[in-house]
Ligand binder design. Structure first.
Ligand SMILES: *[C@@H]1O[C@H](CO)[C@@H](O)[C@H](O)[C@H]1NC(C)=O
Length: 138
């Protein structure tokens, strides 16, 4: 075996061991749920369309307090990315709702978004705070 293939085999074994440990806990550490909730206030509908490289969550119209959510397992390659485009009244914006490198450590399981008038807020589950993340373009 060359040194490189030894390293690759060793890495695969570590990943396999990690999967067994994580699956043993019942819920995979790699599993996340993204939720996007319309918190714009009375009478304002939110149009949302979310996607990743290989899936399309579809286009949805959300009334006040309604949300869409979906769950997925992050790729072991650390490349999982979901983004959404949103429209309400005459405002339009587009941003990443889950970026593995940025968000994996921040949301334990719940990667929640609250869509508000001034900005889109992200729930940092590990700190239990809503963080202002995306300000609508003027
Ligand atoms: C994520 O992976 C776990 C363990 O393999 C599985 O039980 C679960 O159903 C998966 N979740 C999704 C949303 O694919």
């Amino acid at each position: 075996m060359t040194k490189l293939s030894f390293i690759i085999v060793q890495w695969l074994c570590l990943v396999a061991a990690g999967m067994i440990i994580i699956q043993g806990e019942g819920q995979s550490l790699m599993e996340k749920v993204v939720r996007v909730e319309n918190d714009l206030g009375d009478g304002i509908n939110l149009n949302v369309h979310c996607k990743s490289g290989d899936s399309d969550i579809g286009e949805h119209d959300l009334a006040k307090g309604q949300y869409i959510q979906w769950s997925f397992n992050c790729s072991w390659l650390g490349t999982t990315l979901f983004w959404c485009s949103m429209k309400w009244e005459n405002v339009q914006g587009s941003f990443d709702v889950f970026d593995f490198k940025r968000d994996f450590p921040l949301c334990g399981f719940k990667c929640w978004w609250s869509i508000r008038h001034d900005a889109a807020y992200f729930y940092v589950e590990t700190k239990d705070v809503w963080e202002k993340r995306y300000v609508w373009p003027k």
